[in-house]
Design a protein around this ligand. Structure first.
Ligand code: ZN
Length: 315
C-alpha cells in the first residue's frame, strides 16, 4: 500500500444505523454494525491532515523558557490528566501505524487491520501484529523506559500530581513505562482477548516469534480464536477506557495534551469540558492550534523528549 492513511471518526448520535466505508484506497468497501453513540473508525486516503503542522498559532502560544515556567506553575497544582497521542509514541522511535511509514503503510490494512482479515487472511494479519508487538516490546525494554518523555510521565505520577493518562496509542508504552493509571482508548497490541469466551490476557513471551511466523494464537481457556485487544478499522472505540478518562477529566485542574490530535470526537470535547469546569489546558509538541486557541490553552512547542522532562524536573 502506498497511499498514506489517517483514521477518521464518524460519530453516530442517532438510532441504530449501518455505516459503509467507501474510501478504501484499493476501491473496496466494508460494512459494520454500530450502536447509537459509538464512534466508528475507518480508513480513508489522507489529505495530509495527520502530519500537517498547525498553521493558526494561538495568541497564548509560548516558547520555553517563559512558557515552561508558566506551565510548571500550573502543573505543580496537581490533578493533572494527560491526553497522549502520536507525538508521544514518536518519542520512543515508533511511527503511529496509520501514519506514513507506519505499520499500515507496510502492510495492507484490508488483509491485516479489518475484523474480516482475522478469518480471511490470518497469516498476513498476525505477521503484521507480530511486527508491531516487536517494535513496541523493543521500546518498552529499553533501560530507563521507552523514552525520556515516558519517564517524565512516570515521574509525574510518582509525585502524586497525575490523575491518569488517556492514551490514544495502541503500542502500550505508557503502561509499559510503569504509569499505573492508564486508559488505552483504542486498546493495545500486547493484550489479547478471546473471540469465543471473551477472556483477556497478556501476549505471552513467545508471541513475537509465533506471530511473525503467521501463527494465529489459541485461547488457553477454551481453545478458541484470540485477537489483539485493540480497535481495528471499522470497529467502535470501547466504552470502558473512555468512561475512565471522562472521570479523570471531570474536575481536573489541568489537561496536559502530549502530541495528540484532538480534532475528532470524542477527544475533541475533552479540552472544552476541562476548560468549562475551570481547568487549564497545556499542550506540548505538535497539536491542533485552532483547538488550543478556542480553549485559551498554553502551547509549548519543541521535542517532547526535551520539553516534558524539563517541565517535570523542577516540580
Ligand atoms: Zn477462549
Amino acid at each position: 500500500m502506498t497511499a498514506p492513511h489517517v483514521i477518521s471518526a464518524v460519530h453516530i448520535p442517532h438510532a441504530r444505523v449501518r455505516v459503509k466505508t467507501t474510501a478504501w484506497p484499493t476501491g473496496g468497501s466494508r460494512c459494520g454494525r454500530v450502536d447509537p453513540g459509538d464512534t466508528v473508525y475507518r480508513s480513508e486516503p489522507d489529505a495530509g491532515e495527520a502530519m500537517s503542522e498547525p498553521t493558526d498559532d494561538p495568541p497564548q502560544a509560548d516558547q520555553a523558557p517563559g512558557g515552561l515556567l508558566r506551565a510548571r506553575d500550573i502543573i505543580a497544582q496537581g490533578r493533572v490528566v494527560v491526553l497522549a497521542g502520536a507525538g508521544l509514541l514518536r518519542c520512543a522511535g515508533i511511527q503511529p501505524p496509520e501514519a506514513p511509514g507506519g505499520l499500515w503503510d507496510r502492510h495492507d490494512p484490508l488483509r491485516c487491520a479489518v475484523p474480516a482479515a482475522l478469518d480471511q487472511t490470518p497469516r498476513d494479519a498476525w505477521r503484521a501484529f507480530g511486527e508491531y508487538l516487536s517494535e513496541a516490546r523493543r521500546a518498552s525494554r529499553r533501560i530507563g523506559g521507552p523514552s525520556a518523555a515516558h519517564r517524565a510521565l512516570w515521574s509525574l505520577e510518582r509525585r502524586g500530581l497525575l490523575r491518569g493518562v488517556m492514551s490514544l496509542s495502541t503500542a502500550g508504552l505508557v503502561r509499559a513505562s510503569g504509569v499505573e493509571q492508564v486508559a488505552e482508548f483504542f486498546g493495545a497490541i500486547d493484550r489479547l482477548r478471546c473471540r469465543d469466551c471473551r477472556v483477556k490476557l497478556d501476549a505471552p513471551d513467545d508471541a513475537e516469534r509465533r506471530w511473525l511466523a503467521g501463527e494465529p494464537p489459541r485461547c488457553h481457556a477454551c481453545g478458541g480464536r484470540l485477537r489483539p485487544d485493540m480497535v481495528l478499522f471499522e470497529e467502535a472505540m470501547p466504552r470502558v477506557p473512555r468512561a475512565r478518562g471522562a472521570q479523570w477529566a471531570y474536575g481536573a485542574r489541568t489537561l496536559l495534551i502530549l502530541g495528540a490530535n484532538v480534532r475528532k470526537p470524542p477527544m475533541r470535547n475533552i479540552p472544552l469540558e476541562v476548560r468549562q469546569e475551570g481547568g487549564h489546558v497545556v499542550a506540548l509538541g505538535d497539536v491542533d492550534a485552532a483547538m488550543l486557541k478556542r480553549v485559551r490553552g498554553l502551547w509549548i512547542k519543541g521535542d517532547l523528549n526535551d520539553t516534558l522532562p524539563s517541565l517535570i524536573a523542577e516540580l
